[in-house]
Design a protein around this ligand. Sequence first.
Ligand code: GDP
Ligand code: IMO
Ligand code: MG
Length: 427
Amino acid sequence: MPALVLLGAQWGDEGKGKATDLLGGSVDYVVRYQGGNNAGHTVVVGDQKYALHLLPSGILSPECVPVIGNGVVVDPAVLLSELGGLTERGVDTSKLLISGNAHLITPYHTTVDKVTERFLGKRKIGTTGRGIGPAYADKINRVGIRVQDLFDESILRQKVEAALDQKNQILAKLYNRRAILADQVVEELLGYADELRDYVCDTTLLLNEALDQDKVVLFEGGQGTLLDVDHGTYPFVTSSNPTAGGACTGSGVGPTRINRVIGILKAYTTRVGAGPFPTELFDEDGEKLRTIGGERGVTTGRDRRCGWFDAVIARYATRVNGLTDFFLTKLDVLTGWERIPVCVAYEIDGRRVEELPYSQTDFHHAKPVYEMLPGWTEDISRAKSFEDLPKNAQAYVKALEEMSGAPISAIGVGPGRDETIQINSFL
Ligand code: GDP
Ligand code: IMO
Ligand code: MG
């Protein structure tokens, strides 16, 4: 079972970090293939809590090689500070590998991200302000700067000048901001070159050779399916492809090599930033989910919007990712409700709709059709097997599995590594 993809099945924050870390001890490589430091992946090891943004969650497993693939956008300042923070806490980060083809987030990308959002006003996306969208826009516009450019001053200078020629016009004329000086940017970027040099290599070659040798490679999605720029709730999305296909383009590993695609699925739903969210709650149930679930953004500290489980979204995630398994997380958060509503379909302008509508207008009009499932009150955080769960919790999991279209192979009952019920092995 050499290559697995692990990704978010909803709008992010499903518990990808925990799930990746859990597998980290049994895999040889963990690869981030898209996104950047917009991600906030929490890993709890014993009494230690880590918040990872750019680094693959496998970095906490000593035997595992963490890889930043070509599809990621790398803010070098953030990367070095994250590495420094982990080293200070005694984590060995020396095995990290970074693709020379990954694009850089520079200070002008972060500036453009922030001023664009301000300019959009009420219509803003609610980005993380980390420069993600502008860096990917430059990549697609072919004016991006890549990690390998750090090691050739002349190319770096030419590329920064070309990018700023355009950007400064926009910053000055549209946003009334001061021009950014190319020399300053080049100087700052060159300052990172020596510290990063030893991490950089041809990760595509390395990963394909590893797979030839039957090594186990795990691809870790940065965000969730509904934030995918192609398959998500566009335009309220991130600017890359967290869906399974992104693992191939973002790493240079072909789809024929991927054996398993695991969707991380929260037992309810959350979203950060703007955009439609049919099961969103504005009442005390929403507040209760937020409080018990600790639903506050790891990256921006924003409160997450909370709502009931949405099976239409889970089915969609199964379809667009070709999911082979689900890892259901945070089941413990639902303990204590007498009845738990689950959205089984939408009502859109008087019609019942079972599948996610492709039309944005329809999705904005979607109202959840709920089925009520009986709740449970017993503490489930110490459950080690499916049979340890109260009957109603078992029935809740089985109902979600039936509606979502792929087997639930693991269940999270707490944030810790050992607070997991493994039903089918992933390897
Ligand atoms: P990610 O972005 O998908 O990695 O998820 P986040 O780390 O942003 O948010 C998930 C939060 O839920 C983190 O605080 C995790 O420690 C926590 N978590 C993960 N799985 C479980 C679980 O099964 N139960 C509980 N109570 N917390 C969990
Ligand atoms: P993890 O890894 C939740 C959201 C932002 C915004 C939209 C675009 O923790 O699951 P961006 O800065 O990417 O251009 O913002 O995407 N977003 C996330 N929401 N979890 C994340 O990552 C997210 N990364 C981006 O809130 O709505
Ligand atoms: Mg997160």
